[in-house]
Ligand binder design. Structure first.
Ligand code: FES
Ligand SMILES: [Fe+2]
Length: 317
């Protein structure tokens, strides 16, 4: 395939997704790679195809002492530079191409071996300041082209369809939409429906939830969208990450951060926050995966200029 948005920086993993001394496979723009992190926190990435008889290295295992990945087929070992390790000797030349990574804090970025067209954004560092990392949720390969997955994050009209049960939104206002280059910012105000008696029985906490939410979304096109909301007990931040696995498959995951007014709340909210995020990703995925091929829209809804803007960035990349 020809790469989607060549030269874009892609956030392919958070350190916590890699584990320690475990192979972690990613697919980016039609190519497979294996990543692993050693106990010192160094991260390595190689083309996933074994140069002997083309087995997937990510099905193999990591040797902690030699910092190598072992092929699952005939157990040949390769280091992070792609050199063969055999009988105590290290090959002079790499036999596998490494994938160049850019590591920013706990985030692993790559240009997929292409020349950089835009810098790695500093959006996460900026918006997560003073917050603690809660976890990763909604890690999923979605059947659907990158553009469809991208646009749903710029779509301010799908909450009453795609996410109807989750949010119960009555009204949705967008008082702010600013953009500059590949960055954009949106402020969204949502009014929720009054909870029904059944809702209150199911979840009495709902009574303490505000009727109106104000969220700030910031975009670092094309890799991510950040979504921040303040509520009575603190503040939550979700970083929605996307990258193209193939022409028809897109990887999604969400990094969750929070700032709680009381530290005791963190363990209590961690589970429910991560599971709510996973539900949102599932619902978006279902909408995307069931779409028919795109045609020119015969209807326009409010605030669609935000989505039109993102599509323009994509088409004019
Ligand atoms: S295929 Fe990898 S060692 Fe043979
Ligand atoms: Fe959504």
């Amino acid at each position: 395939m020809s790469p989607i948005l060549p030269g874009a920086p892609w956030l392919v993993a958070h350190r916590s997704m890699l584990g320690t001394n475990q192979p972690y496979k990613i697919s980016l723009n039609g190519k497979d790679y294996v990543l692993w992190q050693n106990s010192q926190g160094e991260v390595f990435a190689l083309n996933n195809v074994c140069p002997h008889m083309q087995a997937p290295l990510s099905d193999g295992w990591v040797c902690q002492e030699r910092n190598t990945i072992t092929c699952p087929f005939h157990a040949l070992e390769f280091d992070g530079q792609g050199r063969l390790h055999q009988a105590g000797k290290v090959g002079a030349q790499p036999l596998i191409a490494p994938l160049e990574l850019v590591i920013r804090g706990d985030c692993i970025w790559t240009y997929g071996g292409m020349d950089a067209k835009i810098p790695v954004p500093d959006l996460i560092e900026r918006v997560s300041q003073g917050m603690t990392f809660v976890g990763v949720a909604g890690e999923k390969s979605i059947q659907g082209p990158f553009l469809h997955n991208l646009l749903i994050n710029y779509d301010y009209n799908h909450q009453n369809g795609t996410h109807r049960e989750l949010f119960g939104i009555k009204a949705n206002r967008i008082p702010v939409f600013e953009k500059e280059g590949y960055w954009a910012k949106v402020v969204q105000e949502l009014d929720r429906n009054d909870p029904t008696f059944a809702d209150i029985c199911r979840n009495p906490v709902i009574l303490s939830a505000p009727k109106t939410y104000t969220s700030t979304l910031e975009y670092a096109f094309p890799a991510m969208t950040t979504f921040k909301t303040r509520f009575a007990l603190g503040e939550i931040l979700q970083v929605h990450v996307l990258y193209p696995e193939t022409e028809t498959r897109t990887k999604a995951f969400v990094l969750a951060f929070a700032k709680f007014n009381h530290p005791i709340l963190k363990p209590l909210f961690k589970r429910s926050m991560l599971s709510a995020v996973a539900t949102v990703v599932e619902q978006d995925a279902r909408s995307i995966e069931t779409l028919y091929p795109r045609q020119a829209a015969k209807i326009r809804l409010p605030n669609e200029e935000i989505m039109v803007h993102a599509e323009k960035l994509y088409r004019e990349w």
